[in-house]
Structures are given as structure tokens and as C-alpha cells.
Design a protein around this ligand. Structure first.
Ligand code: NDP
Length: 492
């Protein structure tokens, strides 16, 4: 199957010379070909989006929302088909793929609701016979740059608030996972969203991404991806005075205190650390465990990990799918080797899995390290694979210090039965998301999603807060006194 860019409500003719294969990470087979857009295609998309946005902004927000309701309905009808495609192009197990599509459905209906809210504020004026309010205004053309690990959910976190607020969008998905973007473009087309309002352009970050960031008519860039790339996006965006929203890497931890329900904690660790083969931005990569329960946690994790089945995520029996590609596999392996060199003790895994049916895919054995030093590479860098590192501590205060010692600040979690320590932890953990007696993953779309420090630059995806990225606040003063009233002067 050859994918096509979707620009101005049309499928763009492609040049066969610029096609790149899309591979299923479970078996290395080609499942589609994705075109790489030329600069002309990107410029054309920006031009039509700019024009379309002017009329779109004048459509009443509840009417704009009707398109989102229709999109949500189509996503719902196609949930299973989309989940199958998602698993084939990205590798996550089918149950998680269904969950990801559901996130898109939830986001569509939630943001459609914003069409009838999008609240501003009214406030008294300091002067008589004067009315004051602030309202949200759309900004213009928005460029969306997204990663491969959540090929549809992240795009919906960004595009739906942008659209309902009255912006036009150009979405550049990851080259690794363009098929979900193509499917969403088909849905935009089917619901008849006005031409030019929602566009999908494929191509590399260096080409299409950079073109979007540099172009004067793209006013907002919303990026999710690695901190390394995000810094480049911020630098270039800053140079061109863009509003740039960044959601980047994580090095998330679960704290297990000595009074924790250990069965529950182990379940939480497995789901958060090994789900999506450890390739979630919120993946639990560190377990900060109290010395009194360290050995029990090690034993329980080892027992549970020996039951896991590695394989093609399309198989309902499989618990862990492949990682995205072979390059990722080698990067993960290099981290586990460095961990060994720095003195961490390997309890299981630490190997590329390539026996039998796994040989053609990109699989890494679920890996457990213990006695990991809090400041070692394993404990500090985002590995993005199925690797768990246990770090021993002796108090809640030490656990919080270790949690906060990394450059990222996305998600954290604590398992304890002590309500006083729960409140202390939720106050002092320096991440954008905190879970209590649950793992580090599981965000719900009506809460703000994002992180502190090296994870973000202060913006949030999803939740009503996402509207802040895609709108400007306008303060409106209406003076009906019939005379000139000067603020701060004519107030006596
Ligand atoms: P990358 O940073 O490699 O890529 C993200 C996107 O940026 C891709 O579409 C990529 O395009 C594009 N890109 C690459 N270079 C540039 C550039 N110079 N200018 C503009 N765009 C560019 O991340 P991954 O795709 O590998 O995703 C994994 C990362 O995403 C992890 O670090 C993970 O933590 C993070 N992430 C963060 C989330 C959050 O909300 N905090 C959520 C999910 C993931 P292409 O690859 O096609 O060239």
C-alpha cells in the first residue's frame, strides 16, 4: 500500500522515487510505503491551511465541534481495524493498541464538548459603565510533529483542541508510523472537514519538520518526541519567534515503601515498565525500593517476568511485543552493557531475543537489574526498552531525592498505605504526573498531561489546558459610559 499526503481535502499525487518502506517490527516485513514530501508540498499545505483557517475561525465553535463528534464516531466504528494497523506498524500488543485508539475516541468527544464551553472570564471593571472580559482566540496555522510510540493518541491530543479552537493544522507524523496518520486523514476526509483545515504531510523531521518550524505562516509548533530533538525544535522555533509546545522524554520511577501492598506494587511495576516494551514516555524505568522489602520485590518480579511471553503483538497471548526497530534494539543493548560495566547486578534478561520466530523481528528480553546506583547511566538516561532498574533506599526522603535526581520530570508513583507519606510525596515529587498505589502510566485525557524540567517547557497536552497552546487570550473592554474614562486615573 502506498500512502499519500492529505492536503486541501485532496490526496496528493506521489513521486515513486521518494517512497520509504514501513516495516512491521514484529517480523521485518514491509507493510506500506510512505512518501517523503518535497518543500513545495509543505509550502502548498501551509498556503492552503492559512487560507482555510480564516473561514474556519468564523465557524461557530459548536459547529466546529460537530466535526469532532463525527470523527469520534468513525474512530469508534473502526476501533478494531485501527488497533490492528497500529500493532502492525508500531508493535505494541493488541490490547494496548485498542486502548490507544480509545484514547483518540475519548479525546474527540471531550474536545467536541469544549466547542460549547471554551470558557473565558468576565470580571468587573474598575470604572463605572464599563464591561471587561477575556476570550480565547485561535492563532492560525499550527504544525504538529509527533513520535512513533503513540501514533494516534498524541496526534489527537494536539489536533482536536487545535481544531475546535479554530486553527488549521498540518500534521507531520513520525516516518516510522505513518499508517495511523493516513487512517486519520481518511476520517478527516469522510467527515467532510473543510479543505485545508486538517492536513497530513509525511516526511522526515529534518525536512518537513524544519520547514514547518521556519515558515512565517506557521504560528504554533506542538512537538512530542525526544528531549534531544525537542531542544533543536525549541532553538529553531525561538529564532523564528514561534509559540512552541514541547513534550519530551522521561525517566520515571515507582517508589515502593516498606508498608506497600507488594502484590499490587509488582503488578504496577510490570505494567508500567514492560507495557509497550518499555517504550512509553511514562514508562517506569526505575524502581526505588525500601531496603526492608527489596529482596521480596526482586523475587516477585523475577517470578512474574518468567511468565511473560515475547512475540508479535497481534497474537492475543503475547504479553510483550517488539521494540520499534533494530537500531532501537542495539541502543537498548548498549545501555544494559554499560549498566553491567558500572556494577549493576543483572537478575534476568540483558539480551537481544532472536530465537526461532523472533529472529526476523526486533525483540529484547525483559530485563531486571538490581543494586543500581542512583547516579549511574541505567538510573539517569531514558532507555526506552523493557529494562527495570532497582535502586535501594532507606527512607521516604531518600526515595524522593532519588526520584528527583534525574533531568526529566514526567511521571512518578508511590506505593504505601500511609496517608501522611502519600501527601508528603505528592507535594515533593517534582514530576508533572504523580500516581499513588498505581504505576507510572495511565493518563486520562481530561487531565493535563506533561512534565517538568527536561520533559517539557511548561505547556500541557490534553485536558482543558491544551487549549492554552492553541489559543491566545484577548482582553476586551467595552465602555458604555459615553465619555473617555482613563484606567488608574479616573477611578476616584
Ligand atoms: P524523535 O525526537 O526522534 O522524533 C519525534 C518527531 O520529531 C518525529 O516526527 C521526527 O521525525 C521529528 N524530528 C526529528 N528531527 C527533527 C528536527 N530536527 N526538527 C523537527 N522535527 C524533527 O522521537 P521518537 O519518535 O524516537 O519518540 C520517542 C521519544 O518521544 C522518547 O524520548 C519519548 O519519551 C518521547 N515521548 C514523549 C511524550 C510526552 O508526552 N512527554 C509522549 C511520547 C513520547 P522523523 O523521525 O520522521 O524524522
Amino acid at each position: 500500500m502506498k500512502l499519500q499526503h492529505y492536503v486541501n481535502g485532496q490526496w496528493v499525487e506521489i513521486d515513486d522515487m521518494n517512497l520509504i518502506p514501513v516495516l512491521n517490527p514484529a517480523n521485518g516485513k514491509e507493510i506500506a510505503q510512505v512518501p517523503m514530501a518535497s518543500k513545495e508540498v509543505v509550502h502548498h499545505a501551509i498556503e492552503v491551511a492559512k487560507k482555510a483557517q480564516k473561514s474556519w475561525a468564523l465557524v461557530p465553535a459548536p459547529k466546529r465541534a460537530d466535526y469532532l463528534y463525527a470523527i469520534g464516531q468513525k474512530l469508534k466504528e473502526r476501533k478494531e481495524q485501527l488497533a490492528q494497523i497500529l500493532t502492525a506498524e508500531m508493535g505494541k500488543v493488541i490490547e494496548e493498541a485498542r486502548g490507544e485508539v480509545q484514547e483518540g475516541i475519548d479525546m474527540a468527544f471531550y474536545m467536541a464538548g469544549e466547542g460549547r464551553r471554551m470558557f473565558g472570564q468576565t470580571t468587573p471593571s474598575e470604572l463605572p459603565n464599563k464591561f471587561a472580559m477575556s476570550v480565547r482566540s485561535p492563532i492560525g496555522v499550527v504544525g504538529l510533529i509527533t513520535p512513533w510510540n503513540f501514533p494516534i493518541a498524541i496526534a489527537t491530543w494536539k489536533s482536536f483542541p487545535a481544531l475546535v479552537a479554530g486553527n488549521a493544522v498540518i500534521w507531520k507524523p513520525s516516518t516510522e508510523t505513518p499508517m495511523m496518520a493516513y487512517e486519520l486523514a481518511k476520517i478527516f476526509d469522510e467527515v467532510g472537514i473543510p479543505p485545508g483545515v486538517a492536513n497530513v504531510v509525511f516526511g522526515s523531521g529534518n525536512d518537513v519538520g524544519t520547514t514547518l518550524i521556519e515558515h512565517p505562516d506557521v504560528k504554533v509548533i506542538s512537538f512530542t518526541g525526544s528531549t534531544e530533538t525537542g531542544s533543536k525544535v525549541a532553538e529553531l522555533g525561538g529564532k523564528h519567534l514561534k509559540k512552541v509546545s514541547l513534550e519530551m522524554g522521561g525517566k520515571n520511577a515507582i517508589i515502593v515503601l516498606e508498608d506497600a501492598d507488594l502484590d499490587l506494587a509488582v503488578e504496577g511495576i510490570l505494567w508500567s515498565a514492560l507495557g509497550t516494551a518499555g517504550q512509553r514516555c511514562t514508562a517506569c524505568s526505575r524502581v526505588i525500593v525500601h531496603a526492608d522489602v527489596k529482596e521480596q520485590v526482586e523475587q516477585r518480579l523475577l517470578a512474574a517476568m518468567s511468565e511473560l511471553k515475547l512475540g508479535d503483538g497481534a497474537d492475543e497471548e503475547v504479553s510483550i511485543g517488539p521494540v520499534i526497530h533494530r537500531a532501537a534494539l542495539h541502543k537498548i543493548h548498549s545501555y544494559t552493557q554499560q549498566g553491567l560495566n558500572q556494577g549493576a547486578r543483572l537478575l534476568t534478561g540483558g539480551k537481544i531475543a532472536d530465537d526461532g520466530a523472533l529472529a526476523d523481528g526486533s525483540y529484547y528480553e525483559p530485563t531486571l537489574f538490581t543494586d543500581v546506583a542512583w547516579d549511574s547511566i541505567l538510573a539517569q538516561e531514558e532507555i526506552f526498552g523493557p529494562v527495570i532498574s532497582l535502586i535501594t533506599v532507606h527512607s521516604l526522603q531518600e526515595a524522593i531525592e532519588v526520584n528527583n535526581s534525574v533531568k526529566y520530570g514526567l511521571s512518578s508513583s508511590i506505593f504505601t498505605q500511609d496517608i501522611n507519606r502519600v501527601f508528603e510525596a505528592q507535594r515533593d515529587l517534582d514530576t508533572g504526573i504523580v500516581y499513588v498505589n498505581a504505576g507510572t502510566t495511565g493518563a486520562e485525557i481530561h487531565l493535563p498531561f506533561g512534565g517538568t524540567k527536561g520533559t517539557g517547557n511548561g505547556h500541557r497536552d490534553s485536558g482543558v489546558q491544551a487549549l492554552d497552546v492553541y489559543t491566545e487570550w484577548k482582553s476586551v473592554y467595552i465602555d458604555y459610559s459615553g465619555k473617555l474614562q482613563r484606567a488608574q486615573i479616573d477611578t476616584e
